[in-house]
Design a protein around this ligand. Structure first.
Ligand code: FAD
Length: 557
């Protein structure tokens, strides 16, 4: 699948979507599936910005219960169900364990009462989910003995049990975005990465399309469209300012940070840690704010740490001192972990628009709901809609509302949205366990069968695209160095998955560098494979490698 640049010229689209994160990708898919003509432009790589930086949790609503925000509990539960249904290879249920202490606000009785309410509010959480492995169990309380079997290192003083609730876990958020982009293209959308929308085209108070630049060759071009969805994430308001729609940026950001830790501190279940910071907006506060340690790809994710960010989004950065403070906060919450900076494999950070923040305490309110903004009402621009997802989890629902509004803007009868029930590219299978067995049986001789599970998660029922290539070229039927990724996956990505840069291949289409530094030899090997496929000379290969290495923090080698 190549960038659809030719298809962008000489026509007027019903809707043009700016930004190929999860919000833009699912918006483009939704609109194309409902029958609109759609263009999707992404200035970097699909799913490479905020959407790649997540803690990988598909929220089921429990965090909103604490705030007695029933609407958001229901919304999250619905979106978790939708994602488990439409992308069952990339999402699976994950248990989250919250240790209980004493018999007061932190005790098991309060948790049991809260979970009874949660189970009632989310009684339809498994409707339409046919694979037993993707069904979400009831939340409940377990005994002190049981929680100590799971986590023997827990602080035992006053421990009275634990609450267990279930969220979804994304195996690979960037591949989920890519699968949505492919599904959008299959439904007829013209999609291209590395196309920067420099400004909106405005005519007589209406949006008429966009002015864009191909970042790979510097060519400037225009794309005509009757309506535009601004799904540029943290860059959305900057586009309005550049286009003269707004005078200046008005919304501050929450800069969220999460870490990938090299060691597997938790196994099979995620664990809540209490820090000394309080959540100021919680109604039912159980004391200090929680961090979560989540098992993922044999490592541990931990987050989220938030602070108010008022600078331009392009200047997003995290200093080594800030990471060090965060590591100290985690280490203080559980000294037995013995956590140090050497445990940090990768720092993930991104910006989310927020309503209000308290700079003194560093607490950031997430009171703002995901938004679909009619820019005719807010800015007097007809035909322009902004789609803002403050969580990856809710992007599908945000897109649904944005496309409904686009139909109104176009003056057409709204066609029903089907993204809640339509399986995305790679999701054509009944049971995930059967798919893994099928993949294992199809692996070329000599390939370790233990990679079947990972291959099935990343590619789903489309695994044959990779294995066909491995069959044709046996030199690709081996893993890249010590990773669990086949060389064939890297070449397939460069050949058929719109990879334009080495970083696209190692961070977004494969999991090679998503959990930290894979090693010098492994990156060199990937660079050779991508360079051969895309015809790079040695200077280009070297600069691509440098760019990738610069994104891996605190690299010592
Ligand atoms: C550390 C961290 C942890 C998180 N954990 C979770 C979690 O566990 N669960 C959860 O549900 N959510 C989580 N989130 C939130 C979630 O990641 C975001 O809400 C979501 O990814 C936002 O997606 P988006 O598509 O709106 O934005 P983005 O992913 O940022 O996409 C916007 C896209 O627009 C492109 N763009 C910008 N300007 C232009 C332009 N002019 N022309 C063309 N393209 C443009 C950008 O390159 C970008 O790719 C987390 C966020 C962070 C930072």
């Amino acid at each position: 699948m190549a960038r659809a640049l030719a298809a962008l010229a000489g026509r007027e689209f019903d809707v043009l979507v700016v930004g190929g994160g999860i919000t833009g990708a699912v918006t483009a898919w939704d609109a194309a599936q409902r029958g609109l003509s759609v263009a999707l432009l992404e200035r970097g790589d699909f799913g490479g910005a905020t959407s790649a930086q997540s803690l990988k949790v598909v929220h089921g609503g429990v965090r909103y219960l604490q705030h007695l925000d029933i609407v958001r509990v229901r919304e999250s539960s619905r979106e978790r169900r939708a994602l488990l249904r439409i992308a069952p290879h990339l999402i699976h249920p994950m248990a989250f364990v919250v240790p209980a202490y004493g018999h007061g606000m932190r005790g098991p009785e309060i948790l049991a009462a809260a979970f009874t309410l949660l189970n009632t509010l989310t009684a339809d959480r498994n409707r339409g989910l046919t694979d037993p492995a993707r069904r979400v169990p009831r939340a409940g309380v377990v005994s002190r003995t049981r929680v100590l079997q799971w986590f023997p290192e827990l602080n035992q003083e006053g421990l009275t049990g634990a609450g267990v609730f279930y969220d979804g876990q994304m195996f690979n958020p960037s591949r989920l975005v890519w699968a949505m982009v492919r599904t959008a293209a299959r439904a007829g959308a013209a999609v291209a990465n590395y196309c920067d929308v420099s400004a909106l085209l405005l005519q007589g108070g209406r949006v008429a399309g966009v002015r864009a630049e191909d970042r790979l060759n510097g060519e400037k071009f225009e794309v005509r469209a009757r309506t535009v969805v601004n799904a540029a994430g943290p860059y959305a308001e900057a586009l309005l300012v550049r286009s003269g729609v707004r005078a200046s940026r008005s919304v501050p950001f929450s800069r969220d940070m999460a870490l990938v830790l090299k060691r597997q501190f938790v196994n099979g279940r995620a664990l809540a840690l209490q820090t000394r910071y309080r959540d100021p907006s919680a109604v039912l506060t159980r004391g200090a704010r929680h961090l979560f340690m989540v098992p993922w790809r044999g490592k541990t994710l931990v987050g989220v740490n938030s602070l108010i960010w008022r600078d331009e989004p392009d200047s997003l950065r995290v200093t080594e001192a800030e990471v060090s403070d965060f590591v100290a906060e985690i280490a203080e919450a559980d000294p037995k972990l013995g956590l140090t900076m050497d445990d940090v494999a990768l720092v993930m950070a991104g910006l989310l628009p927020v309503e209000k923040g308290d700079e003194k305490t560093g607490d950031v309110s997430f009171g703002k709901r995901p938004l679909v903004v009619d820019n005719a009402k807010t800015d007097g621009v007809q035909g322009l809609v902004s789609a803002i997802s403050n969580r990856y989890t809710v992007a599908r629902g945000v897109a649904e509302r944005a496309v409904d509004l686009i139909y109104h803007k176009l003056g057409r009868e709204v066609r029903p949205c089907r993204t809640e029930i339509t399986r995305i590219h790679g999701a054509d299978f009944f049971r995930f366990d059967d798919l893994v067995r099928e993949v294992a049986d199809a692996l070329p001789k000599g390939v370790d069968r233990s990679i079947a599970d990972r291959l099935a998660r990343d590619h789903g029922s489309a695994y044959g695209e990779v294995l066909r290539l491995a069959g044709e070229r046996p030199e690709l039927a081996v893993t890249v160095g010590g990773t669990d990724t086949l060389r064939a996956e890297v070449v397939h990505a460069a050949r058929s998955e719109m990879v334009c840069k080495l970083s696209d291949a190692v961070f977004n289409r494969t999991g090679i560098a998503t959990a930290g530094d894979p090693g010098v030899a492994e990156l060199e090997e990937c660079a050779d494979l991508v360079a051969a496929q895309l015809g790079w000379d040695s200077a280009r290969r070297a600069s691509e490698l440098r760019e990738v290495r610069d994104r891996i923090p605190f690299r010592r080698s």
